[in-house]
Design a protein around this ligand. Structure first.
Ligand code: PRP
Ligand code: MG
Length: 212
């Protein structure tokens, strides 16, 4: 019998809640943290621990069948991937932020400015929608440092508690989108795997109902 391959974030803020929802739906996994793959003991499921940014392509290619992932990552690079369930944890927003001392009236103030971000497609869509042209600098992490080292005038990154912005003397000035963890599914899923997924989704819905 084939197993449903589910990707979860290897490390980072989604990992713990992702593992606990799997546990809550009765999928028990023995994993040493260094393992990149683990099989459930009691269910036809394999869990793959992957980097967030790699998950959309794996879903598109059908290398994994489903994933627990931030909606924001799918908006950035997950065209064609279906979201089948919102999971109600890891809420965040994708925001524009500027140094506290900078005056910001509207998105028009970003015209001609340098914006550092790990979400270039999301920012570009936002700028295009508002008819603004700016220069994007793609950075993969610690984006909030960019204005302080003179690399950018503004940043676009995810904000959760706001503490990273605060510590870096930045203020949130525009919200591009809101996000939470979702269950996403590969566009190429066999019928057999779809059945396993249906069971999982049903169990997730029961667990989420119980949490509310
Ligand atoms: C994420 C994100 C923000 C921060 C937001 O970074 O890129 O920097 O968390 O959370 P907060 O509003 O609660 O401070 P992360 O710590 O994952 O590190 P990275 O950007 O270097 O990957
Ligand atoms: Mg960060």
């Amino acid at each position: 019998m084939s197993k449903l391959r589910i990707a979860v974030q290897k490390s980072g803020r989604l990992n713990e809640d992702s593992m606990s929802i799997l546990k809550d739906i009765g999928i028990s996994i023995d994993n040493g943290k260094d393992q990149l793959k683990a099989s459930a003991r009691n269910f036809p499921v394999e869990v793959f621990y992957l980097r967030n940014g790699d998950i959309p392509q794996y879903l598109k290619d059908g290398v994994v069948d489903a994933a627990i992932i931030g909606e924001n990552v799918l908006i950035e690079k997950g065209q064609g991937i279906n979201i089948v369930e919102k999971l109600g944890f890891s809420s965040c927003r994708v925001c524009i932020a500027v140094p506290k001392s900078v005056k910001y009236g509207s998105v028009k103030d970003l015209e001609g400015k340098r914006i550092a971000t790990s979400y270039p497609n999301t920012v570009q869509m936002f700028l295009d929608k508002n008819g603004v042209e700016a220069n994007l600098h793609i950075i993969n992490g610690s984006v909030e440092i960019a204005p302080n080292i003179g690399l950018a005038d503004a940043i676009c990154d995810i904000v959760s508690s706001g503490s990273t912005l605060f510590k870096n003397n930045l203020k949130e000035v525009d919200t591009i989108l809101k996000s939470e963890a979702v269950l996403a599914v590969s566009p190429v899923l066999s019928e057999e795997k779809q059945k396993i997924l249906d069971t999982i989704q049903f169990r997730i819905q029961s667990v989420l109902k119980g949490r509310n």
